[in-house]
Write a protein that binds this ligand. Structure first.
Ligand SMILES: Cc1ncc(COP(=O)(O)O)c(C=O)c1O
Length: 378
């Protein structure tokens, strides 16, 4: 039986164990400590963010971001529809309601024209949303400038969900550092990982300090335990921050490896009839966190599900593109502006194994498996 090839697995560098050992040697085995502080500072250096707070997950970072912006019971929050549920779940933790926006075809991310339309319409009825959550999908930045412009026009804070986009660029800068708050994820499948973890960034020092406060149970400055606000236990462990420090040192290599996966796949499969790879928008570099493609079943001769099943039989994991949130049973009541593009990408999109630790042999196995599906149907 051949070894499984998974979608995206952790890929450690040389320094992580050293940093973790240091945490053990100094007994900083807590959600506080020198690695946490250093990880935040180093993250700012790498991304160009002004201030950062390390937390236990990207979801936690998003929850804090929404609360810090003032999202609360009855608020509406605009969110990309083509994304993982974690982009919208924290909106509901606060008793607010997501309103979804369709993707454009250039970036697969939020369509700025539809956002403009949504805000114009809501302004007319005097019911503007409390925030916009803009997702940067699969390592590809959304078109941030027009989105920021329309948010500024209506005075709506922008939260960037860059969980999947660390290492990407938008006009030379890191997605996640343009809006009022950006968040990142270090889950096990992300471009770098702390096994689980996240980061909240902002230009606003006080806001990031408040995020740290809320993430550590909102303890008032007093010798006894005193609380004037409800807090959370969301801080990142010092041990895991040590892993993060090691991972940051290899971020550029990880981006290069993932971009190379895409190059190898697209040069071997890009000319097959009916296959199109996720485009890279002209406004920056995609990290190609996942290499995704769409398949036109009529032209190719098989659909994504048939390909997924054929590859699974050979121990190769592929995944459909995110199911749009407006199609999820849990968000069935929520409004969606547009939706056809995301629905089409879901119907025809497939994510290929994309880890930075894939070998040439692994890539060849994936390519050969897809070619053999094609030779059976053509
Ligand atoms: C787009 C997006 N947003 C948010 C998250 C949540 O991050 P985490 O798993 O660290 O909570 C993820 C990934 O898991 C994601 O892909």
């Amino acid at each position: 039986m051949s070894k499984p090839i998974l979608l995206s697995t952790p890929h450690m560098g040389d320094r992580e164990q050293e940093f973790v050992k240091e945490a053990f040697d100094t007994n900083w085995i807590a959600p506080v400590g020198p690695h946490v502080d250093a990880f935040e500072q180093e993250f700012c250096q790498v991304t160009g963010a002004a201030h950062a707070a390390a937390v236990s997950s990207g979801t936690a970072a998003l929850h804090l971001a929404l609360q810090l912006i003032g999202v609360g019971y009855g608020s509406e929050v605009i969110c990309s529809t083509l994304t993982f549920a974690a982009s919208a779940n924290p909106i509901t933790y606060l008793g607010a309601k997501p309103v979804f926006i369709d993707s454009d075809r250039i970036s697969w991310n939020m369509n700025p024209d539809l956002l403009q339309e949504a805000l114009e319409q809501r302004d007319r009825i005097g019911k503007l949303p409390k925030a916009v959550v803009l997702v940067h999908l699969y390592g590809q930045s959304a078109d941030i400038e027009p989105i920021l412009k329309v948010c500024n026009q209506y005075g709506i804070p922008l939260i960037e969900d860059a969980a999947e986009a660390l290492g990407a660029t938008y006009k030379g800068r890191t997605p996640g550092t343009f809006g009022n708050i950006g968040i990142y994820s270090f889950n096990g499948n992300k471009i770098i990982t702390t096994s689980g973890g996240g980061m909240l960034v902002s230009d606003d020092r006080d806001l990031v300090a408040k995020a740290r406060f809320l993430a550590t149970q909102a303890r008032d400055p007093a010798p006894h335990y005193q609380h004037s606000e409800i807090g959370y236990n969301y801080r990142l462990s010092n041990v895991l921050a040590g892993i993060g420090r090691g991972q940051l040192q290899v971020l550029n290599d990880r981006v290069a490896a993932r971009r190379r996966n895409y190059e190898v796949y697209s040069s071997a499969l890009g000319n097959l009839p009916g296959i199109e790879f996720m485009p890279e928008a002209s406004f920056g570099n995609s990290s190609r966190w996942l290499t995704c493609l769409t398949i036109d079943p009529e032209t190719f001769g098989a659909n994504t599900e048939q390909i997924r099943i054929a590859l699974a039989k050979q121990q190769i994991e592929t995944r459909p593109v995110w199911k749009p949130l407006h199609l999820q049973p849990v968000f069935a009541e929520c409004e969606c502006i547009g939706g056809e593009v995301a629905e089409d990408l879901f119907a025809r999109g497939l994510c290929l194994p994309s880890g930075s630790n894939l070998t040439d042999t692994d890539l060849k196995r994936v390519i050969d498996a897809i070619l053999s599906v094609y030779s059976l149907v053509s």
